[in-house]
Design a protein around this ligand. Structure first.
Ligand SMILES: Nc1ncnc2c1ncn2[C@@H]1O[C@H](COP(=O)(O)OP(=O)(O)OP(=O)(O)O)[C@@H](O)[C@H]1O
Ligand SMILES: [Mg+2]
Length: 739
């Protein structure tokens, strides 16, 4: 049942005064049921309540959210919470939704704004914000939304009415390129101070590196901030490393470990989604209720899986881990969707008793964040990392690629990785290694045997010795530990991480991220794919690789091979939705288009055109549509999407009825103008004037074959014709820029 909010006047003495401890504790008890504030929570709350900026460094699970949730209850007005869009769009929205729901259950008027919400829900929130007396107290938004002109004007208006009490930047380390999780959209938050100079800013992070702290404070232009730092020690977590190379079977070991702990709630992180599936099947087969969670599942299934785990219907969730944007570039094209589930995604499941890493994480920070999901209720919990030399090499390879992608001189990923390698391969106290990597001194005796190295030093020393010997034998080398793997990229043994960009073409999306084609890509990968090969040769190789794959899978019938599965269609819709949401946010046009319907329309169009031709062509068309979304002007989007969606003519191909579309656009434009006038023009958004009344030529989305032909034409310099010439000949009215 919902709780009634405590009357505000009971809590705050006056708008200017620092809120009294007693009143704040009362709020904490009433709404959250906690007896008292933890660590530096009260100091942070009192600082921002008095109008001071604050930088708050607390470990994962330390209770950062309370630092902005209580201020939202202590004074009339709004607390704006900026938190990142983490991982695939749907999941992050789901998590925000969960958080907001949980707050509402506590009687707190919280909302989130996102372009994936139904238009009427979004409109209602906007109406509330524009009302002059908003009922919402905690408003969660993304940095992308803050960057839009329309929303910033809206904030200014709220502020001018004296209703913007605080801006909380959660996961503030994302603003720093030194952080492990840098997000370019966070950079845009630096304009907040200029636009809303006197609103206190609270920056919250669990990333402890001093240069990140400085970067955050500078980037957000925090003024004389109160800097609050808590220890990063998580005394209730027991840290342990198990050595895969010394185990008969890591799956069995993990299964036995989970069984020996009883019916506990656990998270297992894996590097690859096939491992997630295999491991989940294995655990289920031995009677452990488990479920896999990764991007290979459609969004509906993902949501069910997550719900099952959150509600403890399933005991163990086996999920893929997160990588930064650099990794996405590498992995996406090899079909290894990158996925951040429970690492920093704000999931607050308190009773996770164990977090296992089946593969080595990419850095100490990632490890700390992910293992920190255990024991958020402060009860004894466990972190178990399964370390294998092969895993380490694989990760080194990925990291090296990522470095090369960013800048050849960037050595951050590998140097961060060395810390976690030392954590696994060193013999000293694990807890000390974690804390020292964050610059925190920690005397070993304070560990009090809460890591394997302190509890069983001889056993760990013995394992390390054995690992050294086994490793030397296996790898025929005298050095196993902390080796450099400069040669990895030449060995070709990790072909699943083949970097498509190597081929120098811009046709990345033409490689389907459906499993089958990625398998083909695997076969094609590695040394076979020389940079010197031209496009034709590469296409031939791709075809051969595809054939090889299907030969290997005799059970796959020819017809099935080309079929477009529901899973692929779902993931394509999601992909379109992600891109459209991003673009609409950038254009501050979320209210004008029902993204869900628009993406269904676009996907349906691709499907209708290419379902017979097969999935490569279908996928290629999806990829082109995504590209088009990314480059289309607002005018083009409006013309193409608003008209179709709002008139319910989803099934009609646009080119077939251009005049109708134009006519519809006129109507929609009028309708949209009306909406804009009420919702957006109140904040004076000049950018809304773009919709044109003149007939608009619809952009053509090139098919895969057109794309290849264009490539060929580009190569064919001797013919003396440009690719545009070629297209002009073929399809005079349908030219689209391919970058
Ligand atoms: N004063 C308190 N007393 C008891 N429990 C608390 C208190 N403050 C917060 N908690 C609980 O601690 C848990 C973690 O809180 P929260 O999600 O805010 O952590 P966080 O610092 O944001 O972590 P993360 O970095 O993982 O996002 C929650 O279950 C919350 O209810
Ligand atoms: Mg948090």
């Amino acid at each position: 049942m919902k709780k009634a909010p405590l009357p505000v006047q009971n809590v705050h003495r006056s708008d200017k005064n620092v809120a009294g401890k007693e009143a704040l504790v009362k709020l904490l008890r009433w709404h959250f049921g906690h007896a008292d504030f933890r660590g530096k929570q009260l100091e942070a709350i009192q600082a921002v309540a008095s109008g001071r900026d604050c930088f708050c460094l607390m470990p994962t699970g330390g209770g950062k959210s309370i630092c902005y949730q209580i201020p939202a209850l202590a004074k009339p007005g709004i607390v704006l919470v900026v938190s990142p869009l983490i991982g695939p769009f749907f999941v992050s929205i789901l998590l925000k939704e969960n958080q907001v729901m949980a707050l509402k259950e506590k009687g707190i008027a919280a909302e989130y704004l996102s372009s994936t919400q139904a238009t009427h829900v979004r409109n209602k929130i906007h109406e509330d914000l524009d009302s002059g007396k908003p009922s919402v107290r905690l408003l969660y938004v993304t940095p992308e939304l803050i960057a839009t002109k329309g929303f910033m004007l809206k904030l200014r208006k709220i502020h001018s009415r004296g209703l913007l009490n605080l801006i909380a930047i959660d996961e503030a380390h994302c603003i720093s390129s030194w952080g492990h999780d840098f997000r370019p959209s966070y950079r845009q938050l630096s304009t907040l101070r200029d636009s809303l100079a006197d609103v206190p800013v609270l920056a919250l992070t669990a990333t402890a590196a001093p240069k990140v702290q400085k970067d955050v404070i500078d980037s957000l232009s925090l003024r004389n901030p109160l800097v609050l730092k808590s220890s990063f020690n998580r005394p209730n977590i027991f840290y342990e490393v198990r050595y895969k190379d010394l185990l008969d079977n890591a799956y069995n070991d993990l299964g036995n470990l989970l069984k020996s702990c009883g019916n506990i709630c656990a998270i297992i992180y894996c590097l690859e989604r096939t491992t997630c599936d295999d491991l989940s099947v294995h655990l289920t087969s031995i009677g452990i209720s488990s479920t896999a969670y990764h991007a290979g599942l459609n969004s509906k299934l993902r949501s069910t899986v997550l719900d099952d785990w959150l509600s403890s219907k399933k005991q163990v969730i086996v999920a893929t881990v997160a990588f930064g944007p650099g990794f996405i570039v590498i992995l996406l094209f090899a079909s290894y969707y990158v996925w951040e589930l429970l690492g920093r995604a704000g999931i607050d499941k308190k009773d996770v008793r164990m977090v296992c890493h089946l593969n080595i994480p990419k850095s100490m920070e990632s490890f700390y964040q992910e293992s920190g999901r255990a024991g958020r209720d402060q009860l004894p919990s466990r972190s178990v990392l399964y370390y294998g030399v092969d895993d380490r090499k694989k990760m080194e390879f990925i990291l090296r690629n990522s470095e090369n992608k960013k800048s050849p001189s960037s050595k951050k990923p590998t140097s961060d990785f060395e810390q976690i390698v030392k954590y696994c391969e060193g013999s000293g106290c694990r807890r000390k290694k974690i804390l020292e990597s964050f610059g925190e001194e920690f005397p070993t005796q304070q560990c009090k045997k809460t890591c394997d190295a302190c509890k069983h030093p001889n056993q760990v020393a013995h394992c390390l010795e054995e690992l050294m010997t086994t490793g030397s034998r296996r790898h025929n080398s005298s050095r196993i530990f902390i080796t450099s793997s400069n040669k990895m990229t030449n060995e070709g043994q990790y072909s699943e991480f083949w970097n498509r960009n190597e081929d120098g073409s811009n046709s990345d999306e033409e490689i389907s991220d459906s499993d089958d084609v990625s398998e083909a890509a695997k076969s094609l990968a590695g040394p076979k794919l020389s940079k010197k090969l031209g496009l034709d040769e590469k296409l031939v190789l791709l075809e051969q690789a595809e054939e090889k794959y299907y030969e290997r899978n005799k059970q796959v019938k020819k017809s099935e091979k080309n079929a477009i599965s529901e899973v692929l269609r779902e993931s394509s819709k999601q992909r379109l939705l992600d891109e459209l949401a991003r673009v609409l946010q950038q254009l501050a046009s979320e209210n004008e288009i029902d993204s869900q319907k628009a993406c269904e329309f676009l996907e349906n169009e691709c499907y209708r055109r290419y379902s017979k031709a097969g999935k490569s062509f279908y996928y290629s068309q999806i990829a082109s549509t995504v590209r088009w979304l990314g480059t289309a002007s607002r005018e083009e989007l409006m013309t193409r999407l608003s008209s179709v969606v709002s008139t319910g003519r989803e099934e009609e191909p646009i080119e077939e009825d251009l005049s109708l579309v134009t006519e519809q656009t006129e109507n929609i434009k009028e309708e949209a103008d009306g909406k804009i006038n009420t919702a957006e023009s109140q904040v004076g958004d000049q950018t809304q004037e773009v919709v044109s009344r003149s007939p608009i030529k619809l952009p053509h989305i090139p098919s895969f074959s057109e794309f290849v032909n264009r490539k060929k034409m580009k190569q064919n310099t001797s013919a003396g014709k440009s690719s545009e010439d070629f297209d002009d000949e073929k399809k005079p009215a349908k030219i689209m820029k391919l970058q």
